[in-house]
Ligand binder design. Structure first.
Ligand code: HEM
Length: 306
């Protein structure tokens, strides 16, 4: 999580923001949810660490905001060397910059950390994939360098990450609350206030959707036909049997960033390190909590320079 948080915020704001904020938000949410609706606004500030974390972020982000203001006063909306980062984009669109930066952090950090961890665990658990993956990334980087385009050409790596995500989805996804009564075509009506979700685990681990769905097949997606099919079977394009980034209007807008970030981190690992579990142990069990599934938080992966 430390690595993902530092990498992500280097891109967002040029600073390595501490990952503790996102942890405290999730703990805080669990605490607040224990209380009735009318007490929630009172409980949040008293029983959670979130307000303190926001204060610290404001302290770090204020100089960046002040610099933006100074430049904007001097040059207007654009100037040479204007940073192409989250602060600049938000300045164009939004107020309360620090809170916005932290909100994007909440969406970005745990998700990417979990994805990276599952993929890393699979790399350590299935060493037979290392050679073909290394061969792919070495040849692409040699031919194209470290560019966004070169990342797109790493189909095996992308497949390996997608499969790591597919085989580790939680019980449900795309949770929604119905705001007005809704009647399906079969006549069933759900009243306003009903909460619905899609059975993600059942979809992604169903043999009808995937050949031997419970088996980890790292190149499952890269072995599917792609020619002339545009975005089909790509990580960023969702399908009824693959929606790890959600679907529809609220599909994760950060997925293009996340996929490139994950690939860049894994390329670096593949080019520089061999990984394995202590004593060549197997993949550690995942951890279920209230329908959510995360990679083990205590397992260790050993790194050795190649
Ligand atoms: C592997 C990493 C990631 C995964 C698996 C992931 C997954 C998701 C999922 C499942 C949703 C809900 C979609 C729905 O309900 O239909 C979502 C929403 C969102 N994600 Fe991501 N995400 C990731 C990384 C990121 C990153 C890096 C960012 C920001 C740069 C981001 C920003 C957002 C935002 C702002 C939303 C809310 C969209 C909305 O409600 O309209 N995510 N993400």
């Amino acid at each position: 999580m430390k690595i993902v948080c530092r990498t992500t915020n280097r891109v967002f704001v040029g600073l390595p923001i501490n990952e503790q904020f996102t942890i405290d938000v999730f703990i805080g949410a669990q605490i607040i949810n224990l209380f009735p609706e009318f007490l929630k606004p009172l409980v949040g500030p008293v029983l959670t660490k979130v307000p303190g974390r926001i204060k610290r972020a404001v302290h770090h982000i204020r100089p960046l905001v002040e610099e933006q203001l100074k430049q904007r006063e001097r040059h207007g909306k654009d100037w040479p060397d204007k940073p192409n980062d989250l602060i600049s984009w938000l300045f164009d669109e939004a107020k309360e910059i620090a809170i916005r930066v932290l909100s994007v952090n909440v969406a970005a950090i745990h998700t990417t950390t979990n994805a990276l961890t599952h993929t890393l665990f699979n790399l350590a658990a299935y060493p037979e994939y290392v050679a073909p993956l290394r061969e792919e990334v070495e040849s692409v980087i040699e031919a194209e360098g470290w560019t966004k385009l070169s990342m797109q050409k790493m189909r095996k790596l992308e497949s390996f990450i997608m499969e790591s995500q597919r085989s580790a989805v939680g019980a449900q996804a795309m949770n929604r609350k119905i705001l007005q009564n809704f009647t399906f075509s079969n006549g069933i009506t759900l009243p306003a206030g009903t909460e619905v979700a899609i059975a993600s685990y059942e979809t992604h681990l169903d043999d009808k959707n995937y050949d031997r769905a419970h088996e980890f097949q790292g190149f499952r997606f890269s072995n599917m036909p792609h020619e002339g099919e545009g975005l089909k079977h790509q990580f960023v394009s969702m399908a009824p049997n693959y929606y790890t980034f959600g679907m529809g209007r609220h599909t994760c807008p950060g997925r293009f960033f996340a996929v490139n970030e994950l690939k860049a981190m894994l390329v670096y690992i593949l080019l520089n390190y061999d990984v394995k579990f202590p004593n060549d142990g197997p993949r550690p069990d995942n951890f279920w909590f209230s329908g959510l599934l995360t990679a083990s938080r205590t397992a260790e992966v050993m790194f050795k320079r190649v």
